[in-house]
Design a protein around this ligand. Structure first.
Ligand code: 5GP
Ligand code: MN
Length: 337
């Protein structure tokens, strides 16, 4: 981070503030981990802090230190809005477009408090007074670590380390994705030195499937199909299939990655029906050249990173599959030969 950016954070935090920290809707390990670590740091530095999430988060994150105090807008809208209205500063973490916080978009945009973005997605929208955006970095948790280290490394503690480790591990695919750097490992070494139990964190995140979730994975794999002419696969999950497996939020997390396990496959898509929101949630993953963020942005109201992105479709599941396959035909030159 630049000295100018660091000075902006130092100025902002020079006096005690009422801080609100917000992750994107459907927060994942990086979103929640970065918010909780940053909130912990802010409160250690004498600020008053509330983490306000647009909605619920998956059960596999409900052990993160500090998560019990999160105010969920979908559960307690009045409290959430009060925090935002009274905030002295609003930190938005792991997203770069207020569209990604759903119902909180308007209240945050209208709030008088300065906004601070800490994020690693491409194409940040210009809504913040301070924008700490580094798309080449693998996780927002890495950015939060860098910030904590630069502001006051002495307050790093085991709880912050557990949160940051969670986000770095989940957003790097357990240290596999290309954005994993030597610096990522240097940071992880510092987190381990705080005494966290990394194998326990891994188990909490990855080895806590319910029987229904495991059955749902079976159905997802059964439903996997390959595009007729391209090295791309897709998975569908209908609302009926989700219901039959007692679907809980977060249950499909990671399923899309299985598509990339097939030899020669460069891109995988998962389409999950959501009758309540009347849409199809889409997850995109790729290996190598195929830019899933551009594809998701162009055709499915989404975005994200070069190799991992999300989006949404308002067609039926069948129509979404047909549209996907057609659009992929137009993008065939983006696959590696
Ligand atoms: P997932 O498939 O796990 O939901 O999302 C993959 C990545 O894309 C994550 O980094 C997530 O933050 C990002 N992402 C998911 N949905 C959207 C979206 O609608 N817009 C943007 N810009 N990024 C998204
Ligand atoms: Mn992230």
């Amino acid at each position: 981070m630049t000295t100018r950016l660091l000075a902006q954070f130092q100025d902002l935090l020079a006096t005690p503030k009422k801080c609100v920290v917000i992750p994107h809707k459907n927060p994942d390990g990086d979103a929640l981990g970065s918010c909780l670590a940053w909130a912990n740091f802010l409160s250690a530095k004498g600020h008053e802090v509330a983490v306000v999430s647009p909605n619920e988060y998956p059960a596999f994150l409900n052990w993160l230190p500090g998560q019990e105090a999160i105010v969920k807008y979908s559960v307690s809208p009045d409290r959430a809005l009060q925090h935002i209205a009274e905030a002295g500063v609003i930190f938005t973490l792991d997203f770069n477009d207020l569209k990604r916080i759903d119902g909180l978009e308007a209240p945050v945009a209208a709030a008088s408090a300065p906004k601070v973005m800490i994020d690693h997605h491409e194409n940040p929208v210009d809504y913040a007074t301070i924008t700490y955006s580094q798309p080449e970095i693998g996780s927002t948790c890495e950015l939060v670590y860098t910030l904590i280290e630069a502001l006051d490394a002495t307050v790093l503690n085991k709880d912050m380390a557990a949160c940051l480790y969670t986000g770095i591990m989940t957003d790097t695919g357990s240290f596999r994705y290309p954005a994993t750097s030597s610096n990522t490992h240097t940071i992880v070494a510092a987190l381990l030195a705080q005494g966290i139990t990394h194998e326990k964190i891994h188990q909490n995140i990855y080895d806590t499937f319910s029987a229904g979730r495991l059955r749902l994975l079976g159905i997802a794999l059964e439903n996997l199909k390959q595009h007729p002419s391209l090295p791309a696969v897709y998975i569908t999950l209908s609302q009926q299939e989700l219901d039959a497996c007692d679907f809980q939020k977060g249950d499909t997390e990671g399923f899309v990655n299985y598509g990339l396990r097939m030899e020669g496959i460069q891109m995988a898509v998962m389409m999950t029906e959501n009758k309540e929101e009347n849409c199809i949630r889409m997850s995109f993953r790729s290996k190598g050249a195929f830019p899933v963020h551009d594809f998701a942005r162009t055709h499915f109201n989404g975005g994200g990173h070069h190799n991992a992105a999300g989006g949404v479709s308002f067609l039926s599941l069948e129509e979404t599959v047909a549209t996907l396959c057609n659009k992929l035909n137009d993008w065939n030159t983006h696959f590696e030969k």
